[in-house]
Design a binder for this molecule. Structure first.
Ligand code: ADP
Length: 452
């Protein structure tokens, strides 16, 4: 096992990794920008190193600074968390070249899945069903038009290097396609310095269902069931739950086996998520994330498996200590991402938390890096924390969530907690009846207006 792990991240996920390290007896190194000197991950780590000014590109994304921090502290491994450098193959390679372990999959797998076109081709070749679309990149608008007309509109233009919902444009009809292609290309060029795009059938009312996988790089791999992340705003997940209210045990086992077997063939190492859209009983692969995800706790709650602990063990060379038959699913879990944002307009609301009271009690978990008096800096994402609740079934979990939300107090800044209080009382949400567009429609129809 590693002696000392440097956590190349901040906020709640840095704390999450730190906790797993402590439970394994591993020393921890926190890194931070000058804006994060008094952050909780810095306070709780055994050592800390300031790696640069507030701008992420000069601190949390600054590879030379991170390498220097490893050298100064003698860290023998780096956990990248999510975001920042977590899916940067070059970072993984540079660390390996310096004899430092990257806690994640191989650079080859990161690169393969980071290119959405190659990822889709790989998935298809491994027997994973994919969304119908262009075979590869579309470079010629005339060919794109021909293909789209054959598939039928609407179609979605997506950036090969895409992420965070950027570089994605819907063309509802043929006359909208040239502009969708041009806008997606220029957005992709600006965001990813790569304007390669491809075309996919636009699914009109799908759910987002993803499978968590774990592999040890030696041909062993398991799935930990699915998460339903259909409640989204601007393609960003807001509420995640496991199991999905929409699929049955037969579908879970069938798809789970398809993804686990694909990971065995790839000899995938570490944690990963295979994302699907699900419509009319069919699953369609959209992408694979080769890292820990924000919503991993819901899977931990229903399986009892500490995913970060497994990442650490596998990265240190251990084989998976359990097989698929050892994994059992218990009850239901829901996660709400509570952001420092206005709950109606979603305008960021950084600033000082004057009073903070997180909820507690049976089946309630809060993963957060904030504390009373903490000042949320304006430079990074606006996550205050994740409220995760677990119950024996979905009804009990919803009742517990309602109760936990009532206890949650964050004063001094605006938070999206009121949005979740509305959602938990909504009949469609209570019945699990929502697709990926439901939340946008709810908001557009005044779901957060004060007179409702
Ligand atoms: P990103 O990496 O930018 O997050 P994804 O491919 O994961 O992009 O897609 C993000 C979201 O966009 C999905 O969860 C879904 O809401 C929507 N989406 C992606 N592909 C399609 C599609 N073919 N049809 C309809 N919606 C889609």
């Amino acid at each position: 096992m590693f002696n000392k792990v440097l956590i190349a991240n901040r906020g709640e996920i840095a704390l999450r990794v730190l906790r797993a390290c402590k439970e394994l007896g591993i020393s921890t190194v926190a890194v931070h920008s000058t804006a994060d000197a008094d952050a909780m991950h810095v306070r709780l780590a055994d050592e800390s190193v300031c790696i640069g000014p507030p701008a992420a590109r000069e601190s949390y994304l600054n590879i030379p600074s991170l390498l220097a921090a490893c050298e100064i502290t003698g860290a023998d491994a780096v956990h990248p968390g999510y975001g920042f450098l977590s899916e940067n193959a070059r970072f993984a390679e540079i660390l390996e070249a310096h004899g430092i372990a990257f806690i994640g999959p191989s650079a080859e797998h990161i690169r393969m899945m980071g290119d959405k076109i190659i990822a889709k081709q790989t998935a298809a070749s491994l027997g994973i069903p994919v969304v119908p679309g262009s075979d590869g990149a579309v470079t010629n608008d005339r060919e794109a038009m021909k293909l789209a007309s054959e598939m039928g509109f609407p179609v979605l233009v997506k950036a090969s290097a895409g992420g965070g919902g950027r570089g994605m444009k819907v063309a509802w009809s043929a006359d909208q396609l040239p502009e969708a292609l041009a806008t997606a290309r220029s957005e992709a060029r600006a965001a990813f310095d790569n304007d390669e795009v491809y075309i996919e059938k636009y699914l009109s009312t799908p759910r987002h269902i993803e499978f968590q996988v774990l592999g040890d790089g030696k041909g062993n791999a398991v799935h930990l069931g699915e998460r339903d992340c259909s409640l989204q705003r601007r393609h960003q997940k807001v509420w995640e739950e496991a199991p999905s209210p929409a699929i049955n045990q037969e579908e879970r086992e069938r798809m789970g086996e398809i993804v686990a077997s694909a990971m065995r063939k790839l000899q995938y190492s570490g944690a990963g998520t295979i994302e699907f859209l699900y419509e009319n009983g069919e699953f369609y692969f959209i992408e694979m994330n080769t890292r820990l995800q924000v919503e991993h706790p819901v899977t931990e709650m229903i399986t009892g498996i500490d995913i970060v602990n497994e990442q650490l063990k596998v990265a240190a060379g251990a084989s998976l200590s359990f097989s698929q038959e050892d994994i059992t699913f218990q009850g239901h879990a829901i996660e709400c991402r509570i952001n420092a944002e206005d709950p109606a307009t979603f305008t960021p609301s950084p600033g000082q938390i004057t009073y903070y009271h997180p909820p507690g009690g049976l089946g309630v978990r809060v993963d957060s890096g904030v504390y009373q008096g903490y000042r949320i800096p304006p430079h990074y994402d606006s996550l205050i924390g994740k409220l995760i609740v677990h119950g024996r079934n979905r009804v009990e979990t919803m009742m517990r969530l309602r109760r936990a939300l009532d206890e949650f107090v964050v004063d001094g800044i605006k938070s999206t907690a009121p949005l979740f209080r509305r959602l938990v009382g909504n009949a469609d949400v209570a019945n699990g009846m929502y697709d990926i567009h439901w939340l946008e429609k709810f908001l557009a129809e005044g779901g957060m207006s004060t007179d409702k």
